[in-house]
Design a protein around this ligand. Structure first.
Ligand code: PMP
Length: 419
């Protein structure tokens, strides 16, 4: 096959084009780091539900917890009633996630998705401060609802939405190549200058590593400088950990490396652990100004997700085994990627922990690499404003042998495309 013939370019003719991913096969079942298509072909999954499957597909421990719960007639839907499954989750989250990190947050269930928690965070920041606007960063991704889209720095994603709901001021996102903090000083001067006419914003929303934006990694110093800007000017800091939380970068929260405590944290994707919809908004206790019913929704009480979320924390977050293995595997990926970037001009690499990007100066090449990888039985997706980055998000539980297998497929695909 020629590169242009590779399957990723083909589309299923019968399928309505409602979703951007067009891997031309129909998937059937999945286990661990593998996903099986209807035709019996197995694919190694370096995409893992865009970060929703940090513990792999059908993780046996989580599956057992879920099966036991269902067999025991556990409540599946409870709106916001108190349930035993919810209480157990909250106790476990408090004991193993918040307390050991010295974090004092109220936990809100804002709705089932990442966009829901971002909406809750933006609304709360506006209500608490009585101010309207939000600062976001170039290439940020926060979700597809109108509020979350207003703070998303991607013109293609915004194109269909018309006038944004929230007034957002974008700032450049520095990654660790040129991670200067001068932009903050510049911004402080504009904020403090009454002649600028800039109203003080309610909040800043940031991903410490931009996932959809192309694996852009903020240096800890940069994150600290941002937190200081927020603190000194009374602006709330929202860290969107929907994709980078739950251990993706190593520690449970991506901001731990910077030693900061955000005012509000958004979590979703892997928090349910089993691919079940679940989201959390963490807020400093004094920010809880919600009136009853002010932010509600039918699917906030997903008890099966509470059960798998609890099992995931008990399995992976009572010690630092997962965090250490994530660091080691991340290094392994980074090393292979560094070799590729040494070997081929126009290829570079960046990442942290188990989110690693292989960056191509010629964006078409990243898409081709993913197409060739698919043909060899590997799922990997592109990210970045021009789809110039092959973004790896394997399950954190992947074995070393599986990781090496997938990396060798990617290395061969890269060599072919760059030949
Ligand atoms: N924030 C971030 C950082 C994300 O990566 C995403 C999803 N890619 C979202 C928010 C939105 O989550 P959801 O798709 O569940 O609405």
């Amino acid at each position: 096959t020629t590169l242009e013939d590779t399957s990723i370019f083909a589309t299923l003719e019968s399928e309505v084009r409602s979703y951007s991913r067009s891997w031309p096969t129909v998937f059937h079942s999945a286990s661990g780091s593998w996903i099986r298509a209807e035709d019996g072909r197995d694919y190694l999954d370096f995409f893992a539900g865009a970060g929703a499957l940090n513990y792999g597909h059908n993780n046996p421990v989580l599956k057992q917890a879920l099966v036991d719960y269902i067999v025991g007639d556990g409540i599946t839907h409870s709106l916001d009633m108190s349930t035993v499954a919810k209480r157990r989750f909250l106790e476990t989250f408090q004991r193993y996630i918040l307390e050991p990190r010295g974090l004092d947050y109220k936990v809100q269930f804002p709705g089932p998705t990442g966009a829901n928690t971002v909406e809750a965070a933006l609304k709360l920041a506006r209500k608490v401060t009585g101010r309207e606007s939000i600062i976001n960063f170039t290439n940020a991704f926060h979700g597809m609802t109108l509020g979350a889209l207003s703070v998303t720095g991607n013109s293609m994603k915004r194109a269909g939405a018309g006038v944004p709901l929230v007034h957002a001021t974008p700032m450049p996102f520095d990654n660790y190549f040129d991670g200067a903090t001068e932009d903050f000083h510049w911004f402080e001067r504009v904020l403090d200058d009454s002649g600028s006419g800039l109203n003080r914003p309610a909040a800043v929303i940031v991903e410490t590593v931009q996932g959809e934006g192309g694996v852009n990694v903020a240096r800890p110093e940069w994150v600290r400088a941002l937190a200081e800007l927020c603190r000194s000017r009374g602006i709330l800091l929202i860290v969107d950990d929907v994709q980078m939380g739950c251990g993706r970068t190593g520690p449970f929260f991506s901001f731990e490396i910077a030693g900061i405590t955000p005012d509000i944290v958004t979590l979703s994707k892997s928090i349910g652990g089993y691919g079940l919809p679940m989201a959390l908004t963490l807020l400093r206790p004094e920010l809880d100004v919600w009136a009853p019913g002010e932010h509600n929704g039918t699917f906030r009480g997903n008890n099966p997700a509470f059960v798998t979320a609890t099992a995931a924390i008990e399995q992976y977050w009572t010690d630092d085994t997962l965090e250490r293995s994530t660091a080691a595997k991340g290094k392994r990926i980074a090393q292979i990627f560094a070799n590729l970037s040494d070997q081929f001009p126009g290829v570079s690499t960046r990442g942290r922990g188990m989110v690693q990007g292989l960056v191509f100066d010629d964006p078409g090449r990243a898409v081709k690499v993913c197409g060739l990888a698919f043909d060899e039985g590997l799922l990997a997706e592109t990210s970045g404003p021009s789809d110039e980055v092959v973004k790896l998000l394997p399950p954190l539980t992947i074995t070393d042998a599986e990781l090496d297998h997938g990396l060798s497929i990617l290395a061969e695909a890269t060599a072919k495309v760059c030949a």
